[in-house]
Design a protein around this ligand. Structure first.
Ligand code: NAG
Length: 140
């Protein structure tokens, strides 16, 4: 009889625990290029801040950590939007995406980004924006 109680408790925990599993954007992430992102403070209105350390760069200056700020719409698989003001180059990147739980219940953040590089003149505007995709997983 006693072992049924333990079994029931385990079953209950398993159901509750897996049902409440959701993407939490706070913490450390790493993308497909090896860039690291730490989302530090997440406020109740959905605003957050953090730092981004890129593994790649289109300029020759030394890469350093850059500040990040964004919003998310809290849900089980939340949407996310954020911007990084690069500390080592005259450029900005914005990302938009969504955090999904994959078949192993692991968080995967799929994003599309735009990188804006400063141009000297209007005639150069056409070449100012790069686009790409980044996939982030939790840094363990
Ligand atoms: C990201 O973090 C990992 C683990 O701490 C580290 O090995 C790697 O060098 C970092 N990437 C960059 C671009 O600094």
């Amino acid at each position: 009889m006693k072992s049924y109680g333990v079994l029931a408790l385990l079953l209950l925990c398993f159901c509750v625990c897996s049902a409440t599993q959701q993407c939490n954007i706070q913490g450390q992430w790493r993308n497909n290029l090896g860039s690291n992102m730490t989302i530090q403070s997440v406020s109740d209105n959905g605003a957050f801040a953090g730092v981004y350390l890129t593994a790649v760069s289109s300029v020759n200056t030394k890469i350093v950590e850059s500040p990040l700020t964004g919003f998310w719409k809290k849900s089980k698989q939340p949407m996310i939007g954020f911007a990084v003001k690069w500390a080592f180059s005259d450029s900005l990147t914005v990302w938009a995406g969504q955090c999904f739980l994959n078949e192993n219940n692991e968080e995967v953040l799929h994003t599309t980004w735009l990188l804006r590089s400063k141009q000297k003149a209007l005639q150069d505007n056409w070449k100012a924006t790069r686009i790409g995709v980044d996939t982030f997983t939790r840094l363990k």
